[in-house]
Design a protein around this ligand. Structure first.
Ligand code: WTA
Length: 646
């Protein structure tokens, strides 16, 4: 793509990295003294209780340690340390689904966090290292609960509110959570919806580890209270003290777990550290979003995903910013909701997913014209590749051709952005993540570490450890090594492989080409094919199944299932509905199949391996280029093609 857009640098005159030459200088500084440069930022940004002994400990690679021996506390870093200068500054600006508004200043947030932290200790006996599962809507209490855990050193594991009871149970059991924090429910599109009944269902069996459920009362709908187990947050909080000393946390002590899908097996509990994670959350907030003291920043993600963790709560608050939390959906009451909020709050940075951009574009091409969007300076996108038409609409209609678009590439595992334009420095190309951030050794390579040729697809790897990287998979160190450090090497040493493909163009710009494994990216949400297939197999009429991603106009990818029935005569539209019900119960509505095809068999090699690539080609209507002669039954390919075309 030849279009290059140069940001208007006068709009970013306070940016920390002001030009490509400053960017290059910083990259060179890291190249010359990697640990020393990281140490410089760690010393400048983190309010250490006790200095660290070692910047980077590689002795037990890939279990890297950063800033070991140091002590700090993430809640102190995000809230308490700001109290002297920002006590009355708005920390969180909340807007409810129905337009309700509420603000919490840094002073008020500190009080709420302390009371909640005391409640966790006193009422639920939560101690450092205990796991707390959070199944909550987008309300301020969710952020307070995260920070309260951080304050006392409890490890939170947030489960997205769209996951089913089964999915919630799996995560509770894997983390051996002692406490579940939830809400009765919340509001969406003008109506109440419920969360507590899902928790009740999840806890029906196998969750002996859970001693209590703490319920925030949000929508006031009737719920069942289990005597002795369930407690009202709203009641208990009243009596707690407003002061709480932060628990000193060694740099590497875990801050949180967040379960995410991989190519095989069950979701993995990605474990993040305290110091390294928060350092990069804060630095990227400052570099990529050019956050200034008078800015109002809005990220539309949900706290159930990593984007909500790093860029609604931890990053903005560590940077002392004003962050918006929105309970509702961008399309209610109409497709102008976001633009109305941008106008009203004078939002300076707006961060969302390509799926939302495509949807809002489709629903209201000219809707943005009704609102004054001139406060916007930076538009962010994340979660999936953005297509050039959506990018252009975002740039022109929302940004008035006057904003920098930061196409931020990163993952649950990277903790924060790894490849992204810098608003004042990087000339941007549509739908292109551009360059690695300073300090991040993101490289597009072959499996043996050879850099790929211009225009050729390669593996998106990060060849040096970085402070905010995943530390482990909860309960599964072996899987951590094989999932991320098993595929690619550089100079003979295993390096982190993201699971994504990428390409470098003639100007050195990096474009992410998408997953190279069996992960489907539905509306920017990662779905593992193995998980969806396991859910479908629970239906007793199903003999075998393979799911693949199918390009989708709004969602980027939708889920398409090839299903072999035990009895072919059972095939019907009703059965498809039934199968989707099973998926909803096992995983949640986000994993529903867009379409299914009942087929007599799957294309398998003689050793029984399903040839997914053939299935992907068929659903895209592409010519089959793979060699089908090694299949157990080569004729099945034509049969399946015929069925899918119908
Ligand atoms: C994809 C979300 C293209 C990628 C922060 C990655 C992207 C997965 C981009 C991680 C982007 C994320 N361009 N693809 N700007 N950002 N991805 O863990 O496939 O939910 O591996 O983290 O989203 O998804 P996750």
């Amino acid at each position: 793509m030849s279009d290059i857009f140069n940001p208007k640098t006068e709009r970013f005159d306070r940016a920390l990295i002001k030009s490509m030459s400053e960017y290059k200088d910083l990259v060179a500084e890291f190249d010359n003294d990697y640990e020393g440069t990281w140490a410089k930022f760690a010393d400048e940004k983190i309010d250490w209780f006790k200095p660290y002994d070692k910047v980077l400990d590689e002795s037990n690679a890939p279990f890297y340690k950063w800033f070991s021996g140091g002590e700090m506390n993430v809640a102190h870093q995000c809230v308490d340390r700001h109290l002297e200068s920002k006590k009355d500054k708005t920390a969180i600006l909340f807007e409810g689904d129905n337009g309700d508004k509420k603000t919490l200043t840094y002073g008020e947030l500190a009080v709420e966090v302390n009371k909640t932290a005391n409640m966790f200790k006193n009422q639920f006996d939560i101690k450092k290292g205990d796991r707390v599962v959070v199944y909550m809507p987008m309300i301020t209490e969710a952020a307070v609960v995260m920070l309260a855990c951080a304050k006392i050193g409890a490890i939170h594991s947030i489960v997205f509110g769209g996951f089913s009871a089964e999915a919630l149970r799996d995560r509770i059991i894997d983390a051996q959570a002692k406490l579940v924090v939830t809400a009765d429910g919340a509001f969406r599109k003008g109506k109440p919806y419920m969360l507590k009944p899902v928790v009740d269902q999840a806890l029906k069996h196998g969750c002996d580890c859970v001693q209590n459920v703490c319920v925030v009362e949000r929508n006031g709908e009737e719920i069942t209270w289990v005597e002795g187990r369930d407690k009202s947050y709203n009641e208990l909080i009243k009596n707690e003290s407003t002061s709480c000393e932060p628990e000193p946390m060694e740099s590497e002590e875990p801050l949180f777990l967040l379960y995410t899908s991989g190519s095989t097996g069950k979701p993995k509990g990605v474990q993040h550290s305290s110091a390294g994670y928060i350092l990069w959350a804060q630095m990227t907030m400052e570099w990529v979003f050019d956050i200034q003291d008078d800015d109002t920043y809005w990220c539309t993600a949900d706290i159930g995903w990593i984007t909500g963790h790093t860029y609604i709560v931890y990053g903005p608050l560590a940077a002392g910013a004003t962050t918006v939390m929105f309970e509702g959906v961008p399309t209610f009451p109409d497709a102008g909701r976001c633009w109305k909020m941008v106008e009203e709050y004078k939002i300076n940075q707006f961060y969302t997913a390509p799926t939302a951009i495509r949807l809002l574009h489709k629903m209201g091409e000219n809707e943005p014209d009704k609102y004054d969007l001139s406060s916007l300076r930076i538009l962010g996108t994340v979660g999936e590749p953005i297509d050039p038409p959506a990018w252009k609409w975002y740039y022109e209609k929302i940004g008035g051709s006057n904003c920098s678009i930061v196409d931020t590439y990163w993952q649950t595992e990277t903790g924060g952005h790894v490849i992204s334009p810098l608003p004042a420095a990087t000339p941007i190309k549509p739908a292109c993540a551009t360059f690695p951030l300073p300090g991040i050794s993101a490289e597009v390579i072959e499996e043996d570490g050879t850099p790929t040729e211009v225009g050729e697809k390669g593996f998106m790897c990060i060849t040096k450890p970085w402070p905010s990287m995943i530390r482990n998979i909860w309960n599964d160190s072996e899987r951590f090594k094989t999932s991320y450090f098993g595929d690619c090497k550089k100079d003979g040493k295993p390096v982190y492989f993201s699971g994504d493909g990428a390409m470098i163009d003639e100007d050195g710009y990096i474009t992410i080409t998408g997953r190279t494994d069996d992960v489907i990216n539905v509306s920017g949400h990662r779905m593992g094919t193995a998980e969806v297939e396991a859910a479908i197999k629970k239906h007793d009429k199903v003999a075998a199944v393979a799911v693949v991603g199918k390009p989708h106009e709004i969602k980027g990818e939708g889920i398409f299932a090839y299903i072999v029935l035990k009895d072919a005569n059972d095939a019907s539209e009703d059965l498809k509905v039934e199968i989707n019900k099973v998926i909803k119960a096992e995983i949640g509505a986000i994993a529903l199949c867009d379409a299914m095809a009942f087929v007599p068999d799957l294309p398998k090699t003689r050793s029984g391996k399903i040839m997914r690539r053939i299935l992907r080609s068929i659903v895209k209507g592409e010519a089959i280029t793979q060699d089908t002669s090694t299949l157990e039954d080569p004729s099945i390919v034509g049969v399946i093609e015929g069925i899918v075309k119908l």
